[in-house]
Unconditional design. Structure first.
Length: 364
C-alpha cells in the first residue's frame, strides 16, 4: 500500500515538472528574436531586405541556335591500290604538315605494272620503226604508219601512268592538320578505298546550323557570333558568319548558315555539338537582377520599395519582361529608372508589408 502511494506521488511530481518546463520554454521563445516583433520580422516589425536601384543596361538582340562543329578541311586517308603496308610513319593524334609521309606500301603491284608497261612501249616502238621503214620504201600504205604511231603514244601514256602509280607507294598528308586513330600496322593488307586514318585541319572551325528563313534578312556574311560547348563549361568562342546557303529547305523552312571561328588551341573538335548565339544589334533597356523577379504563370512581378508612414513598404508591381542576359532581366514596362526594388528573398514578403533596407536607417 505504501509503495503504491509512493508511485502515485512520484508520477504527479514528474507531470508537474514537465508542465513547468513547457511554460519556461514558451516564455523564452516569446522573448527571443524569432517571434513576432523581434528582429526576424512579424507582428509590428519590418522585414529587412536587400535592395537595388533600377538602371539601364545594354542588351543584345540574339538568336539561339544549335549546330555541329567541323574542321576547315577534313579527309579520310585511304589507299588506291591493293598492297601490304610495310611502314607506318605517324602516331595517333599527331599534327603533320602537308606532304608528310604517313605510310609506305609494298610495291609489287606497281613494279609488275611498270614492267608490263615498258614491254608494251618497246613493242610499240619496234612496230612503229618497221612501219616507217616500209612506208618510206613505198611497200606499205601510210595509214599503217599512223596506226603504229597511235599505238606507240598509247603505250607511252600507259607507262607514265604506271610510273605515277609507283609513286603512290608512299601515302602523304594532302594538307596540314591533326591525324585521327588508325588500326593498321606493318603487314596489314589494304585495298582501294581502305581507310588508314583521318586528317582534319582544325586551325579554324566551321559550324553549320539551320537558320530559319524569317531571319535571313538580319543575318549576313560578317555577322558576329559566339558559341559554347558542353565540353567546356564557362568558355565562349567567338567568330563570324562566313556564308549562308542559297537554298531553303522546303521541309524545315531553313537555310544552312556557316560560321567560322579560330581554334588555335585545338580545343574544339569536329563533330562537337555547339550552341550558337547570333548577335543582331544592341539596345539600352531598364534592367533588374534575376533574383528580383518572381514568375507567376505567364506573368512576372517584383516588389517596389515605397515610402510610407513611419518607414517603407513593399509594393507588388506586375512587370513585362524581355530577354535575360548576364544575370539581368530586361524590364519592358511596369517600372521607371531610378526606382528601388527588393533584390532577393521575395518569397518572404507580403504585399504592403513594412520593410527596412539593409545598411540604411528607417529614415533614409
Amino acid at each position: 500500500m505504501i509503495k503504491r502511494h509512493f508511485l502515485l506521488v512520484a508520477a504527479g511530481v514528474l507531470i508537474l515538472l514537465m508542465a513547468v518546463a513547457v511554460i519556461v520554454r514558451l516564455s523564452f521563445a516569446d522573448e527571443g528574436g524569432g517571434g513576432p516583433g523581434g528582429p526576424g520580422g512579424g507582428r509590428g516589425g519590418a522585414q529587412e531586405v536587400a535592395a537595388v536601384e533600377t538602371t539601364e543596361r545594354t542588351f543584345s538582340d540574339t538568336l539561339q541556335l544549335v549546330g555541329v562543329a567541323r574542321g576547315q578541311r577534313s579527309v579520310e586517308i585511304a589507299s588506291t591500290n591493293t598492297e601490304l603496308i610495310t611502314r607506318v610513319l605517324f602516331r595517333d593524334g599527331q599534327s603533320v604538315r602537308a606532304g608528310a609521309p604517313l605510310v609506305e606500301l609494298q610495291a609489287r603491284e606497281q613494279e609488275a605494272g611498270m614492267i608490263e608497261a615498258r614491254a608494251r612501249v618497246e613493242q610499240a616502238q619496234r612496230d612503229y620503226d618497221r612501219s616507217k621503214e616500209l612506208v618510206d620504201r613505198g611497200i606499205a600504205p601510210r595509214v599503217n604508219l599512223e596506226q603504229a604511231e597511235s599505238a606507240l603514244k598509247s603505250a607511252q601514256a600507259s607507262l607514265e601512268a604506271a610510273e605515277a602509280r609507283r609513286g603512290e607507294r608512299v601515302i602523304r598528308a594532302p594538307f596540314s592538320g591533326v591525324l585521327g586513330l588508325t588500326t593498321v600496322t606493318p603487314g596489314t593488307l589494304v585495298g582501294p578505298g581502305t581507310v588508314i586514318t583521318t586528317l582534319d585541319d582544325i586551325s579554324t572551325i566551321r559550324i553549320d546550323f539551320p537558320l530559319p528563313e524569317r531571319y535571313l534578312s538580319r543575318v549576313q556574311s560578317g555577322t558576329p557570333i559566339s558559341a559554347t560547348a558542353d565540353a567546356f563549361p564557362g568558355s565562349q568562342f567567338t567568330g563570324r558568319i562566313a556564308r549562308v546557303d542559297t537554298r531553303i529547305d522546303e521541309v524545315t523552312r531553313s537555310a544552312t548558315a556557316r560560321a567560322e571561328l579560330p581554334n588555335p588551341e585545338g580545343r574544339i573538335r569536329p563533330g562537337m555539338s555547339m550552341r550558337v548565339t547570333v548577335r543582331q544589334g544592341q539596345r539600352q533597356s531598364l534592367a533588374v537582377p534575376e533574383s528580383a523577379i518572381q514568375y507567376e504563370g505567364e506573368g512576372a512581378f517584383l516588389y517596389r520599395i515605397m515610402p510610407a508612414e513611419g518607414g517603407r513598404i513593399a509594393q507588388r508591381v506586375e512587370v513585362e519582361t524581355g530577354v535575360v542576359e548576364d544575370g539581368y532581366v530586361e524590364i519592358l514596362s511596369g517600372l521607371d529608372a531610378g526606382e528601388t526594388v527588393v533584390a532577393s528573398g521575395l518569397n518572404r514578403i507580403q504585399p504592403g508589408a513594412p520593410v527596412t533596407v539593409a545598411g540604411r536607417s528607417p529614415g533614409q
